[in-house]
Design a protein around this ligand. Structure first.
Ligand code: MF3
Ligand code: CO
Length: 260
């Protein structure tokens, strides 16, 4: 499938989808508490998504059974919510959510610190977020896709972190996953040329230890091979002639978000 350029009408719908998802994350993030099960997080997340009149895009996607991917500590992504796992003080909890709004997808992830987390965990969360914004410096029409990948990966690796290579970001639009694939580490090829109207979901997954990951027996949950902590940060963006539009931030986040 070719990389598509969205029309202004499509971008308008994707802006709406993105703003809704930003608010879903903001509402759900505030409800995270010690003692909650990951299934309760999923149920609440789905309720919030539906309160905006949207469909949770992950639910039943390739058989994934929930609306919110909840990945705790050494879980990298695609954790399956369960009533058997309760959030504990000091956990880091990644929430990955997708919504469909009037036929258009948005996709975003945040890693939250619950209670008192270690200094290393807090830094991992902050630097994973920052790696996304390092990538944004190159997410401009005329640059090449893998300049984004290299900026993310080089920044994360400068701290000695393991940058997950087995999973990528992706184009997004009328489908959750569209071309191109967007790696989070330096490539030998420069990738496609970025053009205005491309909509991309960029999602660094960064580990404190090894970059290697393994799939659990449920065929979904991805964990770090060395069981070190992992963080995830993702937004849906639009390429423009200038700074990219980041669709999945709340108005408050945009107001507070200053980057070069
Ligand atoms: N952000 C993830 C991705 O782009 C979420 C997909 S989870 C799934 O792959 F359940 F939908 F597969
Ligand atoms: Co994604």
């Amino acid at each position: 499938m070719a990389v598509t350029i969205k029309s202004e009408r499509e971008l308008e719908l994707m802006r709406e989808a993105g703003k809704i998802l930003a608010n879903v994350h903001s509402q759900l993030g505030k409800e995270l508490k010690v003692g909650m099960t990951t299934l309760e997080i999923d149920r609440l997340g789905e309720e919030i998504i539906r309160s905006f009149g949207c469909i949770p895009s992950f639910k039943n996607y390739n058989g994934y059974p929930a609306s919110v991917c909840v990945s705790v500590n050494e879980e990298v992504v695609h954790g399956i919510p369960t009533n058997k796992r309760r959030i504990q003080d000091g956990d880091i909890v990644s929430l990955d959510i997708g919504v469909i709004h009037r036929g258009y997808h948005s996709d975003a992830a945040r890693t939250h610190a619950v209670g008192e987390v270690s200094k290393e965990a807090q830094l991992l969360i902050e630097r994973t977020r920052q790696s996304f914004f390092e990538g944004m410096k190159y997410a401009v029409a005329g640059h090449h896709l893998h300049e984004i990948s290299a900026a993310i990966g080089d920044y994360a690796e400068s701290f000695g972190y393991g940058v997950v290579e087995d999973l990528c970001g992706h184009g997004i639009g009328t489908h959750l996953h569209e071309d191109p694939e967007i790696p989070n580490f330096r490539q030998f090829r420069r990738g496609i040329k970025l053009r205005p109207g491309m909509t991309l979901a960029i999602e660094p997954m960064i580990n404190i230890g090894t970059a290697d990951v393994v799939w659990m027996d449920d065929d979904w949950t991805v964990v770090t091979e060395d069981m070190s902590l992992s963080a995830h940060y993702e937004n849906t963006i639009v390429i423009t002639e200038g700074k990219p539009e980041i669709l999945t931030l709340t108005d408050e986040e945009i107001a507070a978000c200053i980057w070069e």
